[in-house]
Design a protein around this ligand. Structure first.
Ligand SMILES: Nc1ncnc2c1ncn2[C@@H]1O[C@H](COP(=O)(O)OP(=O)(O)OP(=O)(O)O)[C@@H](O)[C@H]1O
Length: 491
């Protein structure tokens, strides 16, 4: 039980009683917790739950008799002292029957429902990271939901309707529009034209590929500066789910068990944090990414394991990874990058890159063109690469945490690479290492905000899981441009 501290004066006007565990009770809104106490002199506390663990009050529309039966949905830690949240979904039945007719009891329940939601939102603004614009406003969720039926094991729609949607509804979200994508590129086209003023956020029941489409759809709009700030919520129904796994990990929420519930929970009952996007330019195109770039072995796993989709994300990536380790091919190329120390002292990029705080309304792109000479102060390495990945967050799939300390919205890439002196044993050690914190010999790391990859031996390049034309790419971070629902706490 949590102590409710001092009582707040935000109760609905009716002050209706409620029957809980067969006893007449009243709600008490505390500073951190919602409490249900017996309505007598003893005022014994029968239930106390932190607002941050409340999903909402489910109020049915019609029932027999005059009583309105409701359910308080709670998603709380099994062990409050545990570091990573292993949560338990609880439903407590509450009966509103103080009045003689159903409608009045129903109205009383709806008032409490709204009051609980308001308290929950107010509390979330204090304890979870929120962007400056979010701190100023408090609004119920009105959502566009995009579902990719092709993601993962092709059961996204089932997972969304069976697990996510009921939670969103109890959490007070209004679903303004659902789009079930019909083809590649559909999500991108849709968000490019959709009336964003009718919603407060976009939810993606998909993998990382749809994030790429949505970022690029938002950035293609004439109002891109505002559009890209639309908060995005991620529900992991894809094969890799790298970004949502990173967010859950950062928030100390379970990544592997109940990932869908945990992801929905961070949408309903969390904050809105900044994340970076980056420009990727090659000789023929310019796109934006928000997750990861792969070249070499991991690019091959990304694309070639497509044939193993029916196995699901974990097995698909594991088998793809093992095959590539056995073959251990290497690819000759050059990587030129802006050393981060230079960037931090001179800071030329952050001024010119068109972040949303900049007055520059030109769409952000790379400062250095893909065929421009490499700037003198950049560093270049070259060799036979086995692995090359540029990460914006900790995970590359829900089962592969590459760098525990790489956080969303850090404003920089972590490039992780190996040359052909890496052994199969070292590759295997990295594949099977789940903490993302163990340093393995011959794995090298670079922090940067801009780089050029010149892949001389042909091999697949993927951006957020999507294959792009092969050839040199110029890449640059645009810090803090996009928004994600998250339960990352304020420090
Ligand atoms: N109806 C559809 N039929 C076929 N492909 C689709 C459809 N809708 C979207 N797509 C495409 O499916 C691809 C994969 O999507 P997504 O990233 O959501 O799933 P995933 O590959 O299983 O997950 P991850 O990227 O996390 O590994 C994307 O390229 C997307 O454009």
């Amino acid at each position: 039980m949590y102590s409710s501290h001092k009582e707040l004066s935000t109760s609905p006007s009716t002050m209706s009683r409620v029957i809980y565990q067969g006893k007449t009770c009243r709600f008490v809104f505390g500073e951190d917790a919602l409490t249900i106490r017996e309505d007598n002199e003893r005022a014994e506390c029968l239930l106390s739950v932190l607002y941050e663990d409340v999903i909402g009050l489910e109020v049915p529309l019609a029932l027999d008799g005059h009583a309105c039966y409701t359910e308080l949905h709670i998603y709380q830690k099994r062990d409050p002292s545990a570091l990573v949240s292993d949560r338990l979904y609880l439903r407590e039945v509450l009966e509103f029957s103080e009045f003689e007719n159903f409608n009045t009891n129903h109205r009383a329940a709806m008032e409490w429902r709204a009051a609980i939601q308001l308290q929950r939102m107010r509390r979330s603004k204090k304890i979870f990271i929120n962007t400056p614009e979010q701190i100023e406003k408090l609004e119920p969720l009105r959502l566009l939901v995009i579902i990719n039926p092709f993601s993962g094991k092709k059961n996204s729609e089932h997972l969304y309707r069976g697990i996510a949607l009921p939670m969103l509804e109890v959490g007070g979200a209004t679903i303004v529009k659902e789009l079930v994508t019909e083809r590649q590129g559909h999500a991108r086209e849709f968000v490019e034209a959709f009336d964003l003023s009718s919603i407060t956020g976009i939810i993606l029941a998909s993998g990382d590929g749809i994030i790429y489409e949505v970022i690029n759809g938002l950035m293609a709009r004439p109002d891109w500066e505002i559009a890209i700030k639309t908060p995005i919520g991620l529900i992991p129904t894809g094969s890799g789910n790298a970004l949502v796994s990173s967010l859950l990990y950062e928030a100390d929420e379970e990544v592997h068990t109940c990932a869908i519930e945990n992801a929905v929970f961070q949408i309903i009952n969390g904050g809105i944090k900044q994340h970076d996007i980056a420009s990727v330019c090659n000789s023929s195109s310019h796109s934006y990414i928000g997750v990861v770039i792969h070249w070499g072995m991991t690019g091959i796993v990304d694309v070639e394991s497509e044939k193993l989709r029916f196995l699901g994300g974990k097995l698909r990536n594991l088998i793809g990874g093992l095959v590539c380790i056995v073959m251990k091919r290497s690819y000759y190329g050059q990587l030129s990058y802006l050393p981060i120390e230079e960037d931090e002292t001179k800071s030329p990029l952050t001024e010119a890159e068109g972040s949303i705080h900049s007055t520059n309304t030109l769409k952000p792109t790379t400062d250095v063109g893909v065929s421009d000479p490499i700037p003198e102060h950049w560093k270049t390495i070259e060799g036979n690469f086995v692995i090359f990945m540029a990460l914006t967050s900790s995970h590359v799939t829900e089962n592969d945490m590459m760098c525990a300390e790489t956080k969303t919205g850090s404003g920089k890439f972590k490039i992780l690479y190996t040359f052909d002196d890496v052994t199969r044993g070292q590759l295997l050690a990295k594949l099977s290492e789940s903490t993302g914190a163990v340093k393995i010999e011959n794995f090298h790391e670079i922090h940067t905000r801009a780089f050029r990859l010149n892949p001389i031996s042909p091999c697949i390049i993927t951006v957020d899981g999507e294959q792009i034309d092969y050839g040199p790419i110029q890449v640059q971070m645009h810090p803090g441009m996009m928004r994600l629902y998250s339960r990352v706490r304020c420090e």
